[in-house]
Design a protein. Structure first.
Ligand SMILES: [Zn+2]
Length: 527
């Protein structure tokens, strides 16, 4: 999941004394002593290319343009990534209001070994939970033949399109869609995160999953889970994106990927964006964003916020540079050449991550907010660039995979930059896990969002906090050098893929050349 919940974790943590001064750490070695000096460049994993995949869908996206979004050292051999989808999207946001329209030209190569009779799209904004808006597919065509549009799931977040002719394995079709959407205004309900929202102050439009996204194809079936009340909703394979966004002139457009051109008239601006390999495409627009920029190595960091965010912007920019440096050295290099950070109005969440873009709750920039929260949330969401954006996972069945790693990574940042806070947080995490398990029994770490949502407070405390304790204990068990080597190999081997718990756990056994079965069993995870 992508959400770092204020209510269930951070406020409890800070109010319960974690920010009181505590002795400096003595039991853990400084991270700099265990960093490997040479990490191989990010490489695709040819063996994980799905059987039958062909690069036909790649021809629909301009690969030279796609490379604009990547660092020159990380441009891959595209044909080895197993990419089967190219999205050509347009968004018309010229009304400047909560209603929008758009089109999608989706080139899709059947990656499986059997013919497909239908396609399934996800229309997440229709979910009353987390999103609270509308996204309607208004027309769907293949080869200029209209397809029936069959909405299913109670929350209306899935659309089945029966095909006129089956799509044989390895063959490519071009799906032409028109869609329209409506953002809730100022959250509209208390069940949403505000990631799909029209904030009238600004205004600021956040447009997570604002287009029809191809569902995940898994074990020969389309996967379509309803949206749950907490955690994250989206599981998606890497695809290529070319996007055109039309906005009122002088509005800023912030997104995953990289802007490649901007044109327009007195009334409207037209922005062209190249995504690069993305799990999903995030978009945000506003006429009042103020931009501050920094560069770390060849990655441009853009900070976008309302004027009132100014006082804390410099701190967030410093955290971003320090976190990029620390995580790159410890885990491996990021592929994207731009990171956008938006100080955004959020609800029930302190921060949210997307490929190449993070949201940080605007209220955290308030000088009255507890000062440790802002760097912690910023580091956590930046860590999700490694653990979600590049290495994906099944965020519904195994939410601990990315959340525990992001929480561990943020603690690694604190250990280096605020060791007093690190120790206090660690003690508080232990206390919260102990208290929860005294109440409801020992909880295995590897549980689904659905299972954890049945138990009050369990999702955040198990997936984030117990997950962090698991990695702390594992580092003690295998040794710091082996621990970091395992994370580096997990990152390298699973980049652009959807990793399983076994992929992660086996990387530790491989690095330590030891049997960790009993250790894993004690924590409730299975390789
Ligand atoms: Zn997270």
């Amino acid at each position: 999941m992508r959400i770092w919940m204020v209510e269930t974790v951070l406020v409890l943590l800070l109010l319960s004394g974690a920010c009181r001064p505590v002795p400096a750490p003595v039991t853990l070695p400084p991270v700099s002593t265990v960093i490997q000096t040479s990490i191989p460049p990010l490489q695709p994993t040819p063996t994980s290319q799905p059987a039958g995949s062909s690069p036909d869908a790649l021809k629909a996206c301009d690969l030279t343009l796609q490379a604009n979004a990547l660092r020159s050292s990380t441009v891959p051999d595209w044909s080895t990534l197993g990419i089967d989808t190219c999205y050509n999207l347009t968004f018309d946001l010229t009304s400047g209001g909560p209603d929008y329209s758009g089109s999608a030209r989706i080139s899709f190569t059947n990656p499986g070994s059997t013919a497909l009779d239908d396609l399934v799209l996800r229309t997440y904004p229709n979910a009353p939970l987390l999103y609270g808006g509308r996204l309607d597919v208004t027309t769907a065509q293949v080869n200029e033949i209209d397809l029936p549009i069959d909405i299913f799931l109670e929350d209306r977040t899935a659309v089945r399109l029966p095909l006129d002719q089956p799509l044989e394995p390895g063959k490519t079709l071009v799906l032409e869609l028109n869609f329209s959407g409506k953002l809730p205004v100022d959250f509209g309900s208390d069940q949403v995160y505000g990631t799909f929202n029209f904030a009238s102050d600004g205004p600021v439009m956040l447009m997570a999953n604002a287009y029809p996204l191809l569902a995940l194809r898994e074990d020969g079936k389309w996967r379509a889970d309803p949206v749950l009340p907490e955690g994250d909703a989206v599981i998606s394979r890497i695809a290529l994106y070319q996007v055109e966004v039309r906005v009122p002139a002088a509005w800023q457009v912030v997104s995953s990927g990289r802007e490649v051109s901007r044109a327009g008239s007195n009334n409207d601006a037209v922005i062209q964006i190249a995504g690069g390999p993305l799990r999903e495409f995030m978009l945000a627009v506003s006429p009042t964003f103020e931009l501050q920029q920094a560069v770390w190595e060849d990655i441009t960091i853009n900070h976008w916020g309302q004027p009132e965010a100014e006082s804390s912007r410099a701190e967030v920019m410093q955290v971003a540079q320090d976190a990029l440096s620390l995580f790159s050295q410890t885990f491996g290099p990021l592929p994207y050449n731009e990171l956008d950070i938006i100080a955004a109005p959020l609800n029930n969440a302190s921060g949210v991550e997307y490929p190449g873009l993070i949201l940080v709750g605007g209220s955290l920039y308030d000088s009255r907010s507890l000062p440790q929260i802002l760097p912690m949330v910023t580091a956590h969401e930046i860590a999700h660039q490694w653990w979600y954006a590049v290495v994906g996972n099944d965020v519904l069945q195994h939410p601990w995979l990315d959340e525990a790693l992001a929480t561990y990574s943020a603690q690694l940042y604190q250990l280096n930059y605020d060791p007093v806070f690190y120790q206090g947080a660690l003690r508080e995490y232990r206390r919260q896990v102990t208290d929860l398990e005294a109440e409801i029994g020992v909880q295995p770490l590897d549980q689904s969002v659905a299972a954890l949502s049945n138990l009050e407070r369990a999702y955040s405390i198990v997936a984030y906090l117990k997950g962090n304790l698991f990695f702390e204990a594992l580092r003690e068990e295998v040794g710091a050098a082996e621990f970091n080597a395992a994370l580096q190999s997990y990152y390298r081997e699973n980049s652009y893929q959807i990793a399983s718990p076994a992929d992660l756990l086996k990387s530790f056994e491989f690095a330590c050349t030891c049997d960790l079965n009993e250790f894993f069993g004690e924590w409730g995870v299975q390789p």
